[in-house]
Design a protein around this ligand. Sequence first.
Ligand code: LIP
Length: 268
Amino acid sequence: MDKAKVLQAATAAAIKAGNLIKSKRLSGDFSLSFKSGVDPVTSADIESEKLIIDQLATIMPGTLILAEESSPTISTSDMLKPLWIIDPIDGTTNYAYNIPYCAVCIAYAERGEIQVGVVHAPFLNETYTAVRGQGAQLNGHTLIPRQTTELKMALVATGFKGLRQGTAREIAQLEAIMKNCRDIRRFGAASLDICAVASGRIDGYYETIKPWDFAAAALVASESGARVGSLIDYDAATGIPRELVGQEFFVASAGVYDKLRALLQVPD
Ligand code: LIP
């Protein structure tokens, strides 16, 4: 697999999809529905995902696809095959409410390891890209995470599903951050939160999310020099490759990773 060609194709598809969703948002030409309870999906999500899949099929036809709207489930054995991982709009609620913090995410993985990642934020004119072992960029400029070593200076982002009671663990984690860190941010798009750690805008992010939310951005973060992991220990018995575990996903700049991870180890 030619990583440069994969990056070029994924970037072109993400930008084309970004233009589509931006146009539909500006014209209001989309509908909103709910997959389950409060989990939103718009017609723009569906159209964006179809456009991306059609575009990517031209360069590597037959490659497996894990995509939020059309193919959200995959076997653990298929997770080890060459795989596209697609979120057509990460931050769908923001998109539906005309909040410009949302992104098109495309990742390519082999053997359960992310090789190429693109996170394109069409309303912000920001495109994050990364190739494994070759660094990470924002609009072509190298990314550098914050160098903070003190929790009291750390800005920490997170997210949670609405219209439900926060679990004791979530509430305790928020309390720990409020008491020990500079502040909390809840932006509403996991991929851009992760990229914000990579670009030095915030110091850490944690949330339980899906592979399409984080796969591309996690490569951007790890290639920038930030540390990517989970608040829980990896369990190989699940068969899920380490880089595709979204349970209690956690990313932070290297200077605060261990301290922040320890702070967030609160009782269930
Ligand atoms: C969203 C995530 C966000 C989370 C939301 C939602 P989607 O992804 O990016 O971090 O808090 O609940 O899951 O559904 O907009 O692609």
